[in-house]
Design a protein around this ligand. Structure first.
Ligand SMILES: Cc1cc2nc3c(=O)[nH]c(=O)nc-3n(C[C@H](O)[C@H](O)[C@H](O)COP(=O)(O)O)c2cc1C
Length: 77
């Protein structure tokens, strides 16, 4: 069953274009091969991301993203 998980987090430091490009490249590559869809926004130091697929796939990805030191204070909305 398709589920959607939406969370917001804060950037851990000021991110440069290279950091954002790295996140986008990993996301595009991994999410496509895992069949995960969604969206990622970054504005004023706040990430907002929606992840869509079955619960197992979304949980696994969210827990990987949680460990990423480029952001902090994640909260599921
Ligand atoms: C806010 C944020 C959102 C991220 N979203 C994704 C994502 O949707 N998919 C993904 O694979 N990695 C995402 N990442 C990156 C992962 O934390 C991790 O660095 C990456 O999956 C490692 O994969 P790689 O070794 O293939 O680069 C995100 C990181 C941050 C900080």
């Amino acid at each position: 069953m398709l589920i959607q998980l939406t969370y917001a987090s804060r950037t851990a430091a000021i991110l440069g274009p290279g950091d954002v490009k790295d996140i986008l490249q990993s996301s595009a590559r991994n999410n496509q091969s895992a069949g995960i869809t969604g969206a990622l926004c970054l504005s004023n130091g706040i990430f907002l991301q929606q992840l869509e697929r079955d619960r197992t796939a979304v949980n696994a990805l969210y827990h990987r993203i949680l460990k990423d030191s480029r952001h902090k204070d994640s909260a599921i909305l």
